[in-house]
Design a protein. Structure first.
Length: 77
């Protein structure tokens, strides 16, 4: 096989693969941004619930460590 033949066969294939990779990267970035915005909204909602519980004199349950919420200020009245 000559180099010209190889280039004519694999050149367009490389273009297709590069296009797929770029499209997939954009899709993954969008999904990551959606997850980040969901996490921020969830943390805000949980914080609001904790505040309301503490305001009502209830001791809120300890949130999972993965959330990174600090309830020490809420529990110290």
């Amino acid at each position: 096989m000559t180099p010209e033949l190889l280039l004519s066969v694999f050149g367009p294939l490389g273009t297709v693969v590069a296009g797929y990779v770029a499209t997939r990267q954009r899709q993954l970035r969008r999904e990551i941004e959606e997850l980040r915005s969901f996490r921020v909204a969830a943390l805000h909602y949980i914080g609001s619930l904790v505040y309301l519980m503490a305001s009502a004199g209830l001791t809120p349950p300890k949130p999972p460590e993965e959330l990174g919420l600090d309830l020490s200020k809420v529990n110290d009245d």
